[in-house]
Design a protein around this ligand. Structure first.
Ligand code: ADP
Ligand code: MG
Length: 285
């Protein structure tokens, strides 16, 4: 097994816990290919988990092409640079809305580009220092199969592989699962089919990918569910998908999420006391 996986195992989160220790569920939203919906899904899932009362942190792991704040219409501040330089603490860089906390990354930052620090190690350090404060930590992973992305995927309790019915997305997801299995010993992932158009197409992707993964890699695939392609401009999709209004899309997504939390044995619901549910705030603590 690879050196990085030994490094991960050295602080495995599966050690003994006292009965009252809070258990934080860590999920990476990933998939290999870009443009398949990882960021939209990670944001939506984090918002809905928070709305259900879970203290939820979303960490944007696309270190220098961060999209989470953009999709929420929040200012791009590159504050993460200050975490790298040690000038700011984690808390100073959060965007908070009720139970939902977001740690955005950077956009075209020279400091990130020049940094010799390993982004995966920084993120793992942040998780380890703050996991007792959250019920769920979600990672919005970058596209690609870099060592850093794989390490973050392997560190999480669950990996949601987002795939579209497109051949290149299916191939990239398979490659990701293969590297996670061979380099990190990961034997189970969840599959979420995004942008499918017919039920038949959804079933075909699920069957093709999960059987290939099982037969060639011996890796299990849990089916998380699917999200249909919504025929609007890309920008309108996010506005619609991330809105709080009740529509069929939202209801289906919440059902998918509840299916996951129930099976994964979701943690206790412990909302932040006195959190403002309507507006984003930062530097509030
Ligand atoms: N089910 C869907 N139907 C229509 N458009 C979608 C759907 N899911 C995502 N999109 C759009 O696809 C684009 C890429 O999504 P994004 O979440 O940024 O992907 P990634 O993070 O994988 O690169 C976004 O503009 C998003 O609004
Ligand atoms: Mg993205």
């Amino acid at each position: 097994m690879h050196k990085t996986s030994e490094w991960l195992q050295s602080f495995s989160s599966t050690g003994p816990r006292s009965d009252d220790a809070r258990v934080c569920t860590k999920i990476s939203v990933t998939g290999g290919k870009g443009g398949v919906g990882k960021t939209s899904i990670a944001l939506k899932a984090a918002q809905e988990l928070a709305a259900a009362g879970h203290r939820t942190l979303l960490i944007d792991c696309d270190s220098n092409l961060s999209n989470t704040a953009i999709k929420l219409g929040l200012p791009l501040e590159n504050k993460f640079e200050k975490i790298l330089s040690g000038e700011a603490a984690f808390e100073d860089c959060l965007q908070r809305r009720g139970n939902f906390h977001l740690l955005p990354a950077c956009n075209g930052s020279d400091a990130v580009f020049e940094s010799r620090l390993n982004f995966d190690e920084i993120i793992v350090d942040i998780i380890r220092s703050h996991e007792t404060e959250y019920d769920f930590i979600l990672l919005d992973c970058p596209a690609g199969v870099s060592r850093e992305a794989l390490t973050l995927n392997a560190y999480c309790d669950h990996r949601w592989i987002v795939v579209t019915p497109d051949k290149s997305s299916i191939t990239d997801s398979y490659s990701l699962v293969k590297l996670l299995a061979t380099r990190f010993g990961i034997t189970e992932n969840h599959l979420l089919v995004n942008m499918y158009q017919t039920e038949k197409q959804f079933q075909k992707v699920v069957l093709t990918l999960s059987e290939t993964i099982e037969n060639f890699l011996g890796v299990r695939t849990q089916i998380l569910g699917g999200i249909q392609r919504f025929n609007v401009s890309a920008e309108s999709f996010d506005t619609f998908f991330l809105s709080e209004g009740s529509n069929e899309f939202n209801r289906n997504f919440v059902k998918l999420l509840t299916g996951f939390t129930e099976k994964a044995g979701g943690p206790r619901t412990t909302p932040f006391p006195g959190a403002d549910l309507r507006t984003y705030e930062h530097d509030a603590h």
